[in-house]
Design a protein around this ligand. Structure first.
Ligand code: AMP
Ligand code: MG
Length: 403
């Protein structure tokens, strides 16, 4: 099984969660599940782009010209007095353009003669300082499409379109089960032969980054009963993410216990590094990911397989991180046979091209190789010892920026 085959199979098993209505201001990061049509055209009416004076066109023929100020239109006020020759209306940015207006003259192009008279010095192009109705969006146009993940400007646009509530995909309930007798989650000195738990908090945060709902984070012991209890307690989840215990060691009970509980194994093992022993299947309608325990493997597998799945459950259309071309800043040792996800730091050069170097030693227990990375370098199965300067594809890690 290659990584792309694995992804395809996972997606074929991934259902669409129902939609729910929520308030717009709480929708950041959620997946929109309706097309948003603007209620009105945007802008809804012709309005001034400047603080200045609305005048009729004829009064701009011979300049300078003195005009009588007959009204004042701040933003939000409906103009009532129509413009006439020899007269002007003081108008503010955003103010509605009065009837008969030929142009708006910015205040900087005028001098105030007295309280009621203004002198116009310069003629603007007819429409320069007028923002026309529907210039941004026409009435009833779709402004945001279903399937998009909601960002701050999407919230701004939906609000501008006239909505305070939106239909979004329900967030998936994700149960996290980390396994390992060696894991120590208390504060204080680490007892002999124990290690701190990286995956519980780290994977929880990765679930939350994509707006998943962590319904429980359980640490199970390396015995069948403990793992079985943890799984039974997690059966209401949409997704169970497990870490550790999926390899071939004497204490790797996860797969066996799952099978005893009725697990439908879809695949075990992917031709990749890190994360080779990954397990995927279904426990009734719950999707189960058995990620290897090494923290880099768990995190990279999450990024590669679980994150797109959570987005797909919510109804997301663009669920994969896009890949960019970058040039290797160093050669990498690699045999053929496995797809490698190398943790990298991509930097943009002055000409905009990306160069990428690795974060150093890539063993899957070296969590700092992930911490310092801003991208994954994708080296396909058949690639052997890529050299410095070779083009490669990289995908940005969702929490990081290219430098
Ligand atoms: P396993 O997949 O259970 O064989 O674990 C592989 C390696 O990852 C072992 O060295 C474990 O100690 C380590 N490991 C497993 N789970 C965690 C965890 N939650 N946090 C940190 N290291 C872990
Ligand atoms: Mg283990």
């Amino acid at each position: 099984m290659t990584p792309s085959q694995a992804l395809q199979i996972i997606h074929s098993k991934t259902p669409l969660l129902p939609k729910v209505e929520i308030t717009l201001i709480s929708a950041l990061g959620r997946v929109l599940r309706e097309d948003i049509r603007t209620r009105e055209q945007i802008p809804p009416f012709d309005n001034s782009a400047m603080d200045g004076f609305a005048v009729i066109s004829d009064d701009l023929e011979l300049l300078p010209n003195d005009l009588a100020i007959i009204d004042e239109i701040p933003a939000g006020k409906v103009p009532e007095i129509p413009l006439e020759s020899g007269k002007c209306i003081r108008i503010m940015t955003g103010g509605q353009i009065p009837i008969n207006t030929g142009a708006v003259v910015p205040v900087e192009w005028t001098t105030q003669i007295n309280d009621t008279i203004i002198r116009i010095h310069q003629k603007p192009e007819e429409t320069t300082f007028i923002r026309r109705a529907s210039q941004d969006v026409r009435e009833k146009d779709i402004v945001v499409n279903s399937g998009i993940r909601i960002t701050p400007p999407i919230i701004g646009m939906i609000a501008t379109a006239g909505y305070q509530k939106v239909m979004v995909g329900r967030v998936p309930d994700v149960a996290l089960i980390v396994t390992g007798d060696e894991l120590y989650s208390e504060i204080g000195a680490l007892p002999p032969a124990r290690i701190r738990d990286t995956n519980g908090p780290g994977l929880s945060a990765q679930i939350m980054e994509v707006n998943g709902n962590v319904i429980g984070s359980i640490t199970a012991r390396d015995n069948k009963n403990s793992i079985s209890d943890a799984i039974i307690n997690s059966r209401d989840a949409d997704v169970i993410v497990m870490s550790g215990g999926v390899s071939v060691g004497e204490y790797d009970f996860v797969k066996g216990v799952l099978l005893e509980l009725g697990f439908e194994e879809v695949f075990w093992r992917v031709r990749q590094r890190p994360g080779g022993p990954m397990l995927f299947g279904m426990l009734e309608s719950t999707l189960v990911f058995g990620l290897p325990g090494n923290p880099v493997s768990a995190s990279v597998c999450f990024q590669q397989y679980v994150r797109p799945t959570l987005l797909k459950l919510m109804g997301g259309h663009q669920i994969h991180s896009p890949k960019y071309k970058a040039y290797l800043a160093e050669s990498i040792q690699k045999k053929s046979g496995l797809h490698h996800f190398v943790r990298g730091i991509a930097e943009s050069q002055e000409d905009g091209a990306l160069i990428v170097h690795t974060t150093g030693p890539q063993a899957s227990n070296l969590y700092s190789s992930l911490q310092h990375a801003n991208c994954l370098i994708h080296l396909e199965e058949d690639v052997i010892n890529p050299s410095k300067g070779d083009p490669v594809l990289v995908s940005r890690l969702p929490w990081a920026m290219f430098e």
